[in-house]
Design a protein around this ligand. Structure first.
Ligand code: GRF
Length: 213
């Protein structure tokens, strides 16, 4: 069975969703760069080992990332899962975990990389928005896409309402992605594209606003 380590910084709702799902892997540890990350208590209550590595204790990004990878590697993970880990990672760190470092981003990449994705989607008036699970590469929010979920943007949406609907989908697709990676039914091909070996059923189109009945 594959081993994973999950990194968080805050509330950890994606981490909770992963801990509550049948992933078919061993969750070796949850690591946070913040001691007050509320997700840590949930992980401990589930009997998952937790560790805190405060970035403020390190003089620069390089030394923190080096310490973080030493900590992570102690758990010998097959995959390292970023679940709201609010740190920009050095290229050295990312390359050390090439093909093994996974992130979830609250937009349909390659649209809306970076922060404030929901507010920017609303400001642009897009009618479909969503979330993406992807492999991490040194180019921020640009790695090979594993799975995406789309939601309709509604007429009276606020940033909070849209974020909540996207978050629900994050919780579903993150578990699906990790399950597939750990089972080996999702792999990263030589050309840097993700291959799904379980031939998926065709998805249904999401049309927003919907067509008249
Ligand atoms: C999520 O929206 C995720 O897509 C982004 O950071 C947020 C983390 O939320 N990377 P949570 O800590 O998992 O609740």
């Amino acid at each position: 069975m594959k081993n994973i380590v999950i990194l968080i910084s805050g509330r950890g709702s994606n981490m909770k969703a992963l801990l509550s799902a049948e992933l078919g892997c061993n969750i070796k540890a949850v690591i946070s760069n913040k001691s007050d990350a509320s997700g840590l208590a949930f992980a401990r209550a589930q009997g998952i080992p937790t560790a805190i590595l405060a970035h403020r204790d390190y003089p620069d990004r390089e030394s923190f990332d080096a310490a973080l990878s030493r900590l992570i590697d102690g758990y010998e993970p097959d995959f390292v899962i970023l679940a709201g880990f609010m740190r920009i990672l050095t290229a050295d760190f990312v390359m050390h975990y090439a093909g093994r470092l996974i992130n979830i981003h609250p937009s349909l990449l390659p649209a809306y990389t970076g922060l404030h994705t929901h507010a920017r989607a609303l400001a642009d008036g897009v009618k479909i928005h969503g979330c993406t699970v992807h492999f991490v590469t040194p180019d921020l929010d640009h790695g090979p896409i594993i799975i995406q979920a789309a939601v309709a943007v509604l007429q009276n949406d606020t940033e909070a309402l849209l974020a909540e609907r996207v978050l629900q989908e994050e919780h579903r697709i993150y578990a699906q992605a990790i399950r597939g990676l750990c089972a080996g039914t999702i792999t990263l091909g030589d050309e840097g594209k993700v291959i799904n070996h379980n031939l998926p059923l065709p998805g249904q189109a999401l049309i927003s606003p919907s067509l008249p009945a």
